[in-house]
Design a protein around this ligand. Sequence first.
Ligand code: LMR
Length: 317
Amino acid sequence: MLVLAPGMAGAALLIRFSHVVAEDTPKGLAANRFKALVEQRSEQRIRVAVYPSARLYGDLDEMEALRLGAVEMVAPSLSKFGRIGFPEFELFDLPFLFDSNSEVRRVTQGAIGQRLLVQLRQQGLVGLGYLDNGLKQMSANRPLLEPDDFKGLRMRIQFSRVLASQFKALGARPVPLAFSETARALATGVVDGTENPVSNFWTQGMHKYQTDLSLTDHGYVGYAVVANGRFWNSLSEPDRTLIEQALREALQYGNQIADTQNAKALEALREAGTTRIHVLSPVQRARLRKLVQPVYDELAQRIGASWIEEAQKALGR
Ligand code: LMR
């Protein structure tokens, strides 16, 4: 977007970057780092306006806003691409597929990751890169350690068919909700529990409404940074290079701090004392893992088994 800022020589370029999480999260910090690098290196000729916490657009309208050019960049969770026509991204929602952020990067930084970003061009979107948050933990007002613990619980999920199947396989009732609505839904009893990396659980204040956090490490939340295609193609080569390099460094920074951010949030949660924290035994985790296996076959039916096989091969499985 070109802006004629008063007192600014020539037209400045404005990049509006909208996302749905708090600033003190891997994505929030990476977005702010991107802003700092772009503005510093362009000597303020290119400005970045970051809109965190769904202040501008949330889960249900950020991709439409991007397509319409109301914003230039967003960084949705990989779980949110299936709903807009890219079901292959739900690969990253498969429960117990990944045991760490570094394992995920063996997929996102490889052929699969690049192929998925190229797919986004079908809708005039430019996939620019991936960013980690971390492994998800289950929360509710009871410990979630054994399959029976999930029975009948209304669990908030992102808008993902894999996540809906995951909770149905556990005997729970999945409730898709926008991220920005989740804390309120927990507070008012619209849902009984949810799944998050601890950095999101803590920064959204969910701990005020959840008595138990069970460290299941059962899934992953990460992001793809996406730009509006018309905006991206309108950039001069030097500006595109400057922006790409700044984003590369910002994503490296975000990936470096993601694990630390989640560890800091867990420590803060322990100190707050609001929520009991449970560690599952290997046997308990294995029981949950066994129960959700049908989710793999369902996704294979929808996107083709080769995507899953290639991911498992990249993980050395
Ligand atoms: C969620 O909706 O739970 C997460 O995707 C939010 C985020 O962007 O981390």
